[in-house]
Design a protein around this ligand. Structure first.
Ligand code: ADP
Ligand code: ZN
Length: 525
């Protein structure tokens, strides 16, 4: 513990006597110190990291009431109950209260009888509330779930934008903004929109060292999943799929294979969802197969694995979903397979969404970062933690890339062949046809278009088809090829592919393990 002023002593006393904990975690002590001294802070900590103490303790150490702004009305009651049990005078103000209850709390507030007041943002920004607060002694403002201020994020709340007025109306009251999900960009937005330029940032604890990360090329997903699950009999886990139908099919199939697998998605009746969720929580060895509808507020410490059969659309989503594994600190696994189809589907969904251009661009960046995590040949944990700007080791030793460093191969010539085949066929055909031409297959479609006469016909027969698919995927991910999302998913060249196409730039790609024997000796030049 550094920067000792008069405060940490008392903060630590409170931690010991009130909460019953021995010591602060991570940056907690510094944050509390910063706030108690009247300064602003921006805190990024994953769920379960211990954010609440960071504003609760300074609220108690400073004179006046700590105002906690949270959009999660449903959770306020729990938080208030928990604080009251510790003997703290806590209350909440939101639309679920009756008028007389609201009046009562306002009186307590004015009389200085509260330590903590949880309040919904829409309530806080009402002029009436603001005037009320101006007549009270305030310890601090805590803005929880601060990423809600980001217009490009998924939890955007218009009321959060108005929170910049706190700085204008209460310039001397310290503010702390907290969130579990914010990439560098969102963080910048929080700082700007909440006028937190003088706030010190505390980023910490994103690492989940007991989770092993592994991402593989999708070849036959069910077989791959089965191979993974074979070593995990009787363990609880979550299998995420993108669509409801795939959830149903996968759960049924796993059941046939002798697993206890239950589906969960928003299309099931509330009773069924409730039953499946509680069986997952209570019984041993249950696998829940779910869309992303599952997981919010699920607190099961011994989830041993999280498997993704489809690609999440951002690193935040991936981190949040995989973060449900191994909360007990014991070894757990984050497993995923992904392929070109996933990339195309997500790009398509983004394009069809009716968000603004700027929103779409932000979404694209997020997907690109996710794809970067998939394709990286160095430590995955490093990429993951760097994304949240958290400190990262060069080599974590607990991800697939660290444990079995992927080989790369000089794919310059292969890429040249593929790109020219796309060009020769007129950039009008999808992967299947382009590969048929490359591999020299005389299909009806090839003959119909006379593509057996092209100079690129059959020039790729030295490489196995599965490996070609991997080349296509990696070129798409790197932006050297594009899939036309509007028409028939035709492969098209991009501007940046030219140096590779012309042989002016070499290209090294990830070598993937295709069980096919021919893949091994592919680089036989
Ligand atoms: P977050 O809001 O970041 O999701 P919480 O504030 O709810 O996390 O804290 C998660 C859990 O960790 C709570 O049970 C909390 O009491 C506990 N906790 C927080 N700080 C400490 C600490 N310094 N020592 C031990 N337990 C702590
Ligand atoms: Zn690693």
């Amino acid at each position: 513990m550094k920067t000792i002023t008069r405060m940490p002593q008392t903060a630590l006393d409170l931690l010991n006597s009130l909460y019953g904990y021995d010591s602060f975690r991570g940056h907690q002590a510094e944050i509390i110190d910063q706030l108690t001294a009247g300064h602003d802070a921006l805190v990024l900590m994953p769920t379960g990291g211990g954010k609440s103490l960071c504003y609760q303790i300074p609220s108690l150490l400073r004179d006046g009431v700590g105002m906690i702004i949270s959009p999660l009305i449903a959770l306020m009651q729990d938080q208030v109950d928990a604080m009251q049990q510790l003997g703290v005078k806590a209350a909440f103000l939101n639309s679920t209260l009756a008028i007389n209850e609201q009046n009562f709390i306002e009186q307590q507030l004015l009389a200085g009888e509260l330590d903590l007041l949880y309040i919904a943002p829409e309530r806080l920004v009402q002029e009436r509330t603001l005037e009320l607060l101006q007549r009270c002694q305030l310890a601090l403002f805590a803005i929880d779930e601060a990423h809600c201020v980001s217009q490009w994020g998924h939890d955007f709340r218009a009321d959060y934008l108005s929170l910049s007025l706190l700085h204008e109306r209460f310039p001397n009251i310290p503010r702390i903004a907290l969130t579990a999900t914010a990439d560098v960009r969102t963080r910048q937005e929080i700082i700007e929109r909440l006028a937190l330029t003088d706030a010190k940032s505390y980023i910490s604890g994103f690492d989940r060292p007991n989770i092993r990360y592994g991402i593989a090329n999708k070849t036959s997903p069910r077989k791959q999943l089965m191979a993974f699950l074979q070593q995990r009999k009787q363990e609880a886990g979550i299998v995420y799929c993108l669509s409801r139908k795939k959830v149903e099919d996968t759960a049924a199939w796993l059941t046939q294979q002798g697993f206890t697998a239950l589906p969960y998605h928003a299309g099931l009746s509330p009773q069924l969802r409730e039953t499946h969720q509680s069986r997952f929580l209570r019984e041993d060895g249950v696998i829940i197969v779910a869309t992303i509808a599952f997981g919010m507020g699920i607190d099961k410490p011994d989830v041993r694995f999280v498997a993704h059969l489809d690609l999440p659309k951002s690193i935040e989503a991936y981190y949040q979903e995989t973060g449900r594994a191994g909360r007990d600190g014991l070894p757990a696994e984050a497993w995923m397979v992904y392929g070109l189809q996933d990339v195309v589907r997500l790009q398509q969904m983004q394009q069809q969404s009716n968000g603004s251009e700027q929103f779409k661009r932000a979404e694209r960046h997020k997907l690109d970062a996710m794809l970067g995590l998939c394709e990286v040949t160095s430590c995955r944990r490093q990429v993951l933690l760097n994304y949240f700007a958290d400190k990262a080791p060069d080599h974590c030793g607990n991800c697939d890339n660290c444990q079995i460093p992927p080989e790369t191969w000089d794919a310059s010539e292969a890429a040249q062949k593929l790109l020219s085949c796309v060009y020769r066929t007129g950039q009008r055909f999808g992967v299947v046809h382009v590969l048929d031409v490359l591999l020299g297959k005389e299909t009806d479609k090839v003959l119909q278009h006379g593509h057996q006469q092209l100079s690129t016909f059959g020039i790729g027969s030295d490489i196995h088809e599965a490996q070609w698919r991997s080349v296509v995927r990696q070129l798409v991910v790197r932006g050297l090829l594009r899939v036309d999302l509007e028409g028939y998913s035709a492969l098209q060249l991009t501007d940046i592919c030219r140096p590779v196409l012309k042989g002016e730039q070499s290209l090294h790609l990830r070598k993937e393990d295709f069980k096919a024997p021919s893949a091994k000796k592919a680089g036989k030049k």
